[in-house]
Write a protein that binds this ligand. Structure first.
Ligand SMILES: [Zn+2]
Ligand SMILES: [Zn+2]
Length: 347
């Protein structure tokens, strides 16, 4: 048996449904799987949607949430090679089919039948998590497992948005909307590491201060500036090359698009189920581009690990709160109130 935080479904009132701490059977690995003893698992805003019943529900509950785990291999299936019991690892929540055209060409993030740990399969808000061996990666000795945990979502997702989807180039200007959560603050660091001029946009001053310390050249608190997009166009002599939206808030996405220069690109990495409006001439006449960014390509994970191991991305500054499994409901209430950068649970 093992202890787990089990989600039994939302209550339909758009309020956070509590997870219940239960004793559940400890899973056994199949031939191609491994069982990982969870050392840490990141808290993510995506879970807030599940807990509030907004957007698509994960697999029909009960389900164990938690999709940013790292830990130590406890048990391996008979057909697994290249992994050992006792090895320190991180686990990607992405479980693509590996057979469709997307998977076969490296775009597993777009696999139409992709399963996700902590959504369509049991995740890591538990003492143990089961994963296909192909989703498990060794963590270098000098990297704490707490930090490795948030690599599998916050860091890898940011890497994909900036380097793959935005195709950010050295020396470009970039505005990051929502430079305050896990993804936003990692985007700030990755962009600054490339030598880009980073403008961080957010609301809470203490979070924007952190963005500045992590590499944002300038920050804008949205409540202090009447027209954020014109302020950014003024600061940059006509608009940024790239805007990243890590908020998913429609009005913010509209502002992000208007902040880009002619020919500029906006990449939306924040999730919501809202709709935004763009004037057609702002697209056609100014040749602006809007792109989405979903998860990441699993082939990029080793590079992402290297960036963290080498200190290009400082995760100590991004992890602001730690919780025990029993405290998980309070933790999500805090996340919902916007009181943390990135939090982790250590079962
Ligand atoms: Zn997530
Ligand atoms: Zn596939």
């Amino acid at each position: 048996m093992m202890k787990a935080a089990v989600f039994h479904g939302a209550d339909g009132a758009h309020k956070l449904a509590p997870m219940s701490i239960e004793e559940v059977p400890r899973p056994r690995p199949g031939a191609d799987e491994a069982l990982v003893k969870v050392a840490a698992c990141g808290l993510c805003r995506t879970d807030l949607d599940y807990l509030k019943g907004e957007g698509p529900t994960p697999k029909s509950p009960p389900v164990i949430l938690g999709h940013e785990p790292a830990g130590v291999i406890e048990e391996i299936g008979a057909g697994v090679h290249g992994l050992e019991v006792g090895q320190r690892v991180l686990v990607t929540p992405l479980v693509p089919c590996r057979n469709c055209d997307y998977c076969r060409t490296g775009y597993e993030n777009l696999c139409p039948t992709m399963e996700i740990l902590g959504a369509t399969r049991d995740g890591a808000f538990a003492e143990y998590v089961l994963s296909p061996a192909t989703g498990i990666f060794a963590v270098p000795d000098n990297l704490p497992l707490e930090e490795a945990a948030i690599i599998t979502d916050a860091v890898a997702t940011s890497y994909h948005a900036l380097y793959r989807q935005a195709n950010l180039q050295p020396g470009q200007t970039i505005a990051i909307f929502g430079a305050s959560g896990g993804v936003g603050l990692v985007c700030v660091q990755l962009a600054a590491a490339l030598g880009a001029r980073v403008i961080g946009v957010g609301r809470q001053i203490w979070k924007l201060k952190t963005a500045q310390e992590l590499g944002a050249a300038e920050v804008i608190a949205v409540q202090d500036v009447p027209k954020v997009d014109s302020a950014i166009r003024k600061m940059t002599g006509g608009g940024v090359d790239i805007a990243i939206d890590a908020t998913g808030v429609p009005a913010m996405i509209e502002t992000a698009i208007r902040s880009t220069r002619p020919g500029g690109k906006t990449v939306v990495v924040g999730l919501s189920y809202g709709k935004f409006e763009v004037a057609v001439n702002h697209l056609m006449w100014l040749e602006r581009t809007i792109a989405g960014s979903k998860n990441y390509r699993i082939v990029d994970l080793p590079k992402v690990l290297t960036l963290v191991e080498r200190g290009v991305v400082d995760l100590k500054r991004v992890i602001s709160h730690r919780f025990k499994l029993d405290e998980i409901n309070e933790a999500y209430q805090m996340l919902d109130r916007g009181e943390m950068l990135r939090g982790i649970v250590t079962p």
